[in-house]
Design a binder for this molecule. Structure first.
Ligand code: HAX
Length: 435
């Protein structure tokens, strides 16, 4: 058994026993109440699932196994010569709740490299699609096409014991994470570089190799990818993509089916697609205002006009956060350190000064601050990755780390099929009138 799997087994068996006892002895303890507003507005704040890998606080933002993003940047191992954390380290931390050593992350880089070969029929499935198919559609179809490799599906068909579900999920998760950069880079090169593909460099780490296969050379872009793929990895379990993965996997549908479902959810403009919408918004405002150096007054007018047209300001607002997103701040710090002169980055920073007051003035926006998606595009454009239709795929590759670590936990802890209750509006009216 590999070292990570062995550690996971020890930890998960212990926790499973604890949770079984808790359920038996304290199962009736109330953890909250649900009011009508929560039923009508997308279940905001309803505590309804266990998600081990990270937890979101409205004011502080995300913590991965208790560590904030600045702490991760300090404590997780980096590649020699780089300051940014390696996503391998975050996956290890999320899976076994321990900060890994340099040796651990090197083992994981090698392990993913060994598992990274993509089946030929996946490339054929991508090639069967029109070239201008949205990259997120190509991505989910590619993931689905790899379901033929599912260890879980195969072992289940052979009559696997429920005690082994976690093991098959671990194998599927490791395999899928390992293959994603190759698949995602293939989609990018196919869609935007005439199918001129770049072979993997097996001496590189997971994120560095992804950067290399995208065809954007230079150490700074590799550093950016390591940071980007770390900070987008997880945002507790209730966000739409994570929750989709959790729901699908609770039926014992395998990791490939579950993750593809989550990616379809990430592809919505209120969620992960917002990263493409933000830079599109910035490109359009530059075009319309006729300058790449607009004043704050011009930006304020443009934002107001967008709202007057009945549209949202992409990259602003959040269902849980009530402060500027620490993932936005981490990217701002990166840009301050690495990028000296970029009109797009300056616009992002000026919007940060302008948008919150305008959103606040509407009197209905719960969180006027920027979220993770407000910054990424401007940095990517600086490094030459300006094909914004691709941005959500980058997010998706990262999101695999969190949701698949969490899914392995769900199978190890034996969580049952998810099945909340729905009500009709007739039921609501009668219930409220009888109250
Ligand atoms: N621009 C304009 N109006 C906004 C807004 C924004 N950025 N954010 C919220 N509002 C509006 C809502 O549309 C809603 O209006 P109505 O009552 O007229 O329907 C009102 O303010 C109250 O909404 P809320 O309670 O503040 O926000 P929700 O929890 O309902 O929604 C969203 C959270 C993220 C979906 C929302 O803020 C939004 O649409 N933001 C823009 C899109 C975006 O950036 N999405 C990415 C979020 C982060 C993420 O998941 N990344 O992957």
């Amino acid at each position: 058994m590999d070292p990570l799997k062995k550690k996971f087994l020890e930890k998960s068996q212990e926790l499973m026993q604890e949770l079984k006892t808790l359920r038996k002895e304290k199962g009736d303890v109330k953890v909250g109440e649900v009011n009508l507003k929560q039923v009508l507005t997308g279940m905001r704040g309803v505590k309804s699932m266990v998600w081990e890998t990270s937890q979101l606080d409205a004011m502080e933002g995300i913590r991965f196994r208790g560590y904030s993003i600045p702490q991760l940047r300090e404590k997780l191992p980096s590649r020699k010569g780089d300051k940014q954390p390696l996503p391998e380290g975050l996956f290890w931390l999320m899976l076994v709740d321990e900060i890994p050593t340099q040796e651990d992350v090197e083992w994981l880089s090698n392990e993913w490299d060994k598992r990274s070969e993509v089946p030929e029929h996946t490339f054929a499935a991508i090639e069967a699609l029109p070239k201008d198919t949205h990259p997120m559609t190509q991505f989910t179809i590619a993931i689905m096409s790899m379901q033929t490799e599912s260890v879980f599906a195969q072992r289940y068909a052979e009559g696997m014991s429920k005690n082994d579900y976690w093991d098959a999920s671990y194998e599927d998760s490791m395999n899928l994470i390992a293959k994603l950069p190759r698949v995602a880079a293939y989609i990018y090169r196919r869609s935007f570089h005439d199918g001129n593909h770049i072979k993997p460099d097996h001496s590189l780490d997971w994120a560095g190799n992804y950067a290399h296969m995208l065809g954007i050379e230079g150490e700074d872009f590799k550093s950016l990818m390591r940071l980007y793929l770390t900070i987008h990895a997880d945002h507790e379990g209730g966000n739409a993509s994570a929750h989709t993965v959790h729901l699908i996997n609770s039926t014992l549908s395998d990791v490939y089916n579950s993750f593809a479902g989550g990616m379809n959810s990430l592809a919505g403009p209120l969620h992960g697609l917002a990263n493409q919408e933000v830079i599109k918004f910035i490109f359009e405002l530059i075009d319309e205002l006729g300058t790449s150096k607009p004043s704050k007054e011009q930006l304020a007018e443009y934002v107001q006009k967008t709202l007057d047209e009945g549209k949202v300001i992409p990259g602003y607002g959040h269902a849980v956060l009530r402060q500027p997103d620490p993932r936005f701040m981490a990217q701002k710090t990166f840009a301050e350190n690495y990028i000296k002169d970029s009109d797009h980055v300056q616009i992002v920073w000026d919007l940060f000064d302008v948008v919150p007051d305008i959103l606040n003035s509407l009197g209905k926006v719960a969180n006027p601050w920027p979220n993770v998606d407000a910054h990424s595009g401007a940095i990517l454009v600086h490094y030459g990755l300006d094909e914004y239709q691709y941005y959500t795929v980058l997010f998706g590759v990262s999101r695999a780390l969190g949701v698949l670590a969490a899914t392995t936990w769900s199978r190890a802890l034996g969580f049952p099929l998810e099945r909340p209750k729905s009500v009709t509006s007739k039921w609501i009216k009668e219930f409220v009138n009888n109250d």
